[in-house]
Design a protein around this ligand. Structure first.
Ligand code: SAM
Length: 203
């Protein structure tokens, strides 16, 4: 499909999408908020937590959700793209995979954290298999970082695509965490290969 046809279809779909409309009404920057909300309601991610790292945070709806629902949270959000500041959310603009940015995150907290969440994804190419591979790599890198950063009772949530690395990532997660679930929120588009891996408590 040609690029301008893809973007035309995207605009039509956005206008019809109830989650897009809902996010505008509620003042959230992206429909992605409803994925995190569903995950949180089902898996109680932020219960009794304070320190949270939001990887791939732009435009910021996940961080908005956390700070609205859990007012005492200390949130550090990072994205390749700059995004409008969110009151009481700390921000780093840069590539999470670069060691200097990982150092900045570590220095910011200077202790173990309660939750690492990642919605990181690269711009979709239209090739779903390739997208799944690249997003799989981001998920693996996010999990490795989470293992370094998390407290024993910590939680890790990441976008994961159904693709060649899926089984390997889940098997690895099960070795490192006591509880591992895969969940596709209702608000995640049905034609997307996206799901979320929810991991709790380090082994
Ligand atoms: N959760 C966000 C929200 O609620 O607004 C939406 C995130 S969006 C689906 C995915 C984001 O991942 C993009 O903004 C992209 O720039 C970011 N991303 C991809 N690779 C990254 C990397 N290596 N480091 C930091 N951010 C990255």
């Amino acid at each position: 499909m040609k690029k301008n046809k893809i973007s035309k279809n995207w605009i039509i779909r956005q206008k019809r999408d109830i989650f897009v409309r809902q996010s505008k009404i509620e003042g959230y920057r992206s429909r992605a908020i409803y994925k995190l909300k569903e995950i949180d309601e089902k898996f109680k991610i932020f219960k009794n937590t304070t320190s949270i790292i939001d990887l791939g945070a732009a435009p910021g709806s996940w961080s908005q959700y956390i700070i609205r629902q859990y007012k005492k949270s200390l949130v550090l959000a990072i994205d390749l793209l700059d995004f409008e500041n969110i009151d009481k959310v700390n921000k780093i603009v840069g590539d999470f995979t670069k060691s200097e940015n990982k150092e900045k995150i570590k220095n910011f907290f200077n202790k173990k954290v309660d939750v690492v969440i990642s919605d990181m994804a690269v711009n979709t190419t239209g090739n779903k298999n390739l997208d799944a591979i690249v997003t799989g790599e981001l998920c693996i890198e996010a999990m490795e970082f989470a293992l370094e950063m998390l407290d024993k009772k910590g939680k890790f949530v990441s976008k994961i695509f159904m693709g060649s690395s899926f089984n390997e990532i889940v098997a690895d997660a099960k070795k490192k965490f006591k509880e591992v679930n895969i969940f596709k929120p209702l608000s995640s588009r049905k034609d997307s290969k996206e799901s979320f891996i929810i991991c709790k408590f380090l082994r």
